[in-house]
Design a protein around this ligand. Structure first.
Ligand code: ATP
Length: 891
């Protein structure tokens, strides 16, 4: 041991502050090396060669072979610009996820100059002595110098069974198997130990495993998988339509080259190559805005699952309540109920137990801010108010043995030296302590045996306090002998004398009741899963509105005796449930049953034992402020403020992102109809009606005018009524039949009628009749160019109308406000500029085949925008009237 300290120029008291600061400057922060910035060319390259891009490259090749270099070049421009945009979107998304780490600073406890101190894990240096406790992440590689812990090495070895590590022996062998070494990236699942840091940052085992450094990588979410499939389906349809156009075009009298050019145009226009990156970016934007509001989502794909949450299983303490406890009531067998500040005679006996049986530190200007479990802090406050010495140092000095708080036993005991001799001190849940008592304290300090009446009196007092929502703790003690120092826990915690009860008030957070109400409106069921007393839990649940439509209370013992089928039936029935006195392991059972009955479950947790339930749930929610590192690692989402209301906000955000994806899918799909109809008309009329749109005009729409409004729709604020609808069924695809009907049948057809009408109107105005020649050199050629330009401008105008229509799925545009998405206005502004350039700039005119339009025609075309929007607005109004309240759940 001395050797390792000597080598690291440190000691059992750790480093002093100046030495640590110096080492930090020399060694650099304890951070893993960032991923190489040089990977961007590859990322960009990937966008150029993904399958849809390859399809477009093939189209460009065909265009070249067909002798139309302008078209080939245009397609290449489409591919390159799209790749650039996709690359930018992906980088943006990746940065958003990487930046999340800043919201979750990992802290760790170290000894500096002999004093325990909490510091950011990034400031740990070699030679630091780190204090490892249950639930803590190991911040750096080190060697244990004291104590023993169980560590979960799965991040390094893949082996999920925790292994024991203890100070002492250090036989030769591979470091990962050394019995006294611990590693960064692993977590302690039990025990307590001190370790001296031997390596930080890149000089750790995990730092060496380069592959692990990029763990924030992007896995395709179910949403993206679905959309990718749809994109492929549409690509296949596009290829099919293109291929079908070839013979049709030939039959209608086109030359082979012209038919091929149009076939390629159709294909390029309809391949939805920009869809996927737009979705990734929308998810990332969702993740970023969530992080700013207290919910750090650790996977992009979780955002969409969040939106379909049907059940939230929440803790009580800290999540529904403030986690700041105050002694509100005391009760002693001799004196009965009293208030701690008024009935001073009842306090001292309780205070003596509270003073000793604790691991918390009250805030003290001389030592530092307080720390520890709020229950213990409240009891210590009671002891301090009674004038007892509550300093941790005094407590440690007098302590002879400790049996730590065990969430299954729900009690804790210590054996301490006191002025009156050695004594056992026990505190815990009333049932857990009362069962170990054989006597109660009399007013004169003597003892009375605990008989049935005495027991009934204690339970009645407990029920009364718990009914007021108080957390009730029983305090007990007895004189100890030397045998108690080494005796088993069962024996130490036996023959106790009950001193009395303390009722602690932990107020519900003000934000919770409204959030619960919003969950109910959104069709989400809220169950409470708590280790606390059933009556306390029920009172707190009711006070925040949980169980407004029926509340059942199920104790951990009842739960333990239930068969799986019974549990399934219990959970499938209506109403909400308080699971009380639940052991952490039972949480997993509840979550599994909920998943089994088809619910989408979000579950909260903070302890080491909660990790399996957090992993099993669809959304595991860990507490960032009070939870353990182990719970954070297992969770999908970490709440930086531990507040239940944040979960509800995250669900709302999840729903919003999902709906926004649908919005831009509607928008992107809608333009296919007005683009394809001119080709159909040409083919079906056997060439009597000339083609209403040129291939390059289609490309100009796809490229210049469409992308930005689609991106803006991904940022659309929440639509009114979003949280008064039922959760989306897990099986429901992002693209629904009704949505396609809206995109193609309503928006698409309206646009097609308008733009084709405009095209024919311009031709007819110039004296055209079906079959009249319109090709180069013909008298009607200029009118024909004017007419195709009108189609082009018409489609852009229709898309502007579509963008406004797509902003809401159900509500009217009035309810969201015309200006509530400024990004969309910017997008449309850009769209208009590009269109004007294409129509009026001579170079563009030459390439795209447009001619300048007169003001009257432009004015006429602009009317298309409000018409398309208006038709959809009417359709939404009709749907809202046809199904009033169908989307709402009866409360
Ligand atoms: N430090 C402690 N010492 C002794 N007993 C305790 C201590 N903390 C809690 N208890 C008792 O154990 C019971 C269960 O506590 P536990 O911490 O498991 O519940 P919880 O997790 O705080 O509740 P929730 O699930 O609502 O957050 C409490 O009702 C209390 O009676």
């Amino acid at each position: 041991m001395e050797r390792v300290f000597h080598e690291l120029r440190s000691g059992p008291a750790g480093l002093d502050d100046r030495d640590a600061a110096r080492r930090l400057r020399v060694q650099g922060p304890n951070a893993l090396p960032a991923r190489g910035g040089a990977s961007w060319p590859r990322a960009l390259g990937r966008q150029l060669v993904h399958p849809l891009a390859l399809l477009l490259w093939a189209a460009a090749g065909l265009a070249l072979v067909a002798g139309t270099p302008v078209l080939a070049a245009a397609v290449v421009v489409v591919v390159v610009l799209n790749a650039g945009l996709a690359f930018w979107q992906e980088q943006h998304a990746e940065h958003a996820v990487a930046a999340l780490e800043a919201y979750l600073p990992v802290r760790t406890r170290v000894l500096r100059g002999g004093v325990a101190r909490e510091i950011p894990a990034s400031e740990v240096v070699t030679g630091d002595v780190v204090l490892l406790v249950e639930g803590a992440a190991v911040p750096a590689d080190g060697r244990l110098v004291d104590g023993a812990v169980q560590v979960d090495l799965s991040a390094l070895t893949g082996e999920s069974v925790p292994v024991a590590r203890r100070a002492g022996t250090h036989p030769p062998g591979p470091p990962l198997e050394a019995p006294d070494l611990v590693f960064r990236g692993t977590t302690c699942t039990a025990g307590a130990a001190r370790a001296v840091v031997t390596g930080t940052g890149a000089h750790t085992e995990i730092g060496r495993i380069a592959a692990l450094t990029g763990h924030v990588g992007h896995h395709e979410s179910p949403l993206e998988t679905q959309v990718r499939r749809v994109a492929w389906l549409i690509a296949a349809v596009a290829v099919g339509t293109g291929a079908a156009f070839l013979p049709i075009g030939l039959l209608a009298g086109l030359s082979f080259t012209a038919a091929l050019v149009f076939a390629i145009g159709l294909l390029v226009a309809n391949v939805p190559e920009g869809l996927l990156p737009t979705i990734t970016l929308a998810l990332a934007a969702g993740v970023r805005s969530l992080a700013r509001r207290g919910a750090v989502v650790r996977r992009l794909s979780a955002v969409e699952t969040l939106g379909s949450t049907t059940v939230i299983c929440t803790d009580k303490t800290g999540t529904l309540t403030e986690n700041r406890m105050h002694p509100q009531a005391v009760w002693t067998p001799a004196g009965g109920r009293g208030r701690p500040d008024q009935d001073a005679d009842r306090v001292p006996v309780l205070a003596r137990v509270a003073q000793r049986c604790s691991e918390a530190d009250l805030p003290d200007p001389a030592v530092g801010p307080g720390s520890g479990d709020p229950t213990e802090l409240a009891l210590l406050a009671l002891a301090a108010a009674a004038g007892l010495d509550t300093r941790a140092a005094t407590r440690e000095r007098d302590r002879r043995a400790v049996h730590p708080f065990d969430p299954v036993l729900t009690r804790m005991s210590t054996v301490d030296t006191t002025p009156a001799g050695t004594a056992v001190h026990t505190k815990g849940a009333v049932e857990a302590v009362l069962g170990r008592c054989t006597a109660v304290r009399r007013a004169d300090g003597g003892e009375d045996p605990l008989d049935t009446d005495g027991r009934a009196a204690v339970l009645a007092a407990t029920a009364e306090l718990a009914g007021e929502g108080l957390r009730v703790l029983a305090l007990a003690g007895r004189p100890a002998s030397d045998a108690d120092l080494t005796a088993a826990r069962e024996d130490v915690e036996s023959g106790l004398v009950l001193e009395g009860l303390v009722g602690l008030l932990d107020r519900p957070r003000a934000s919770v009741a409204p959030a619960v109400a919003r969950c109910h409106a959104a069709g989400i069921t809220v169950h409470v899963v708590t280790g606390d007393h059933p009556v306390t839990a029920e009172a707190v649940a009711r006070s925040v509105g949980i169980g407004a439509g029926g509340l059942r209370v199920v104790g951990g013992d009842v739960l333990a005796s239930m068969r799986e089928r019974e549990l399934d039936e219990l959970l499938a029935a209506d109403g909400e449930i308080v699971f009380a006195r639940v052991a952490p392991e039972q949480k997993l059972r509840i979550v599994e049953a909920l998943v089994h009955v088809g619910e989408v479950v979000a579950v909260t947790g903070d302890g080491v034992n909660d990790a399996p339930a957090l992993r099993r749930a669809d959304i595991g929610v860990a507490m960032g402020a009070s939870g353990t590192d182990v719970a954070r690692e297992a969770a999908t989402m970490v709440l930086t403020d531990d507040d239940f209301a944040t979960i509800e906000r995250a669900v709302a955000a999840g729903r919003r992102v999902y709906e926004n994806v649908r919005k831009f899918v509607v928008y992107i799909f809608a333009h296919a109809v007005p683009e394809v109809v001119p080709f159909l008309l040409f083919a079906l009329s056997g060439g009597a009606v000339p083609l209403g749109l040129t291939v390059l005009q289609i490309l100009a729409i796809d490229l210049g005018t469409e992308t930005l409004p689609a991106l803006a729709l991904g940022r659309e604020p929440a639509e009114p009524g979003l949280m008064s609808r039922r959760p989306r069924p897990r099986t429901e695809g992002v693209i629904r039949a009704r949505m396609l009907w809206r995109a193609w049948g309503v928006l698409g057809v309206t646009s097609a009628v308008l733009t084709t009408g405009a095209f024919l109107l311009v031709l007819l105005r110039a004296g055209w009749s079906p079959g009249a020649p319109t090709g180069p050199g013909a008298a009607l050629h200029h009118a024909y160019l004017e007419a195709t330009t009108a189609t082009f401008v018409g489609i852009v105008a229709c898309q502007i109308g579509t963008a406004f229509a797509a902003r809401t799925e159900h509500a009217s545009l009035r309810t969201v406000g015309l200006t509530s998405n400024p990004l969309l206005w910017w997008g449309i502004g850009f769209e208009v500029l590009v269109t004007a350039a294409v129509v009026y700039l001579p170079v563009a005119q030459r390439i795209v085949g447009t001619v300048a339009l007169d003001a009257a025609t432009v004015a006429l075309l602009l009317v298309c925008a409000p018409v398309v929007w208006g038709v959809d607005e009417l359709d939404r109004w009709r749907r809202r009237r046809a199904e009033p309240g169908q989307e709402r759940r009866t409360p």
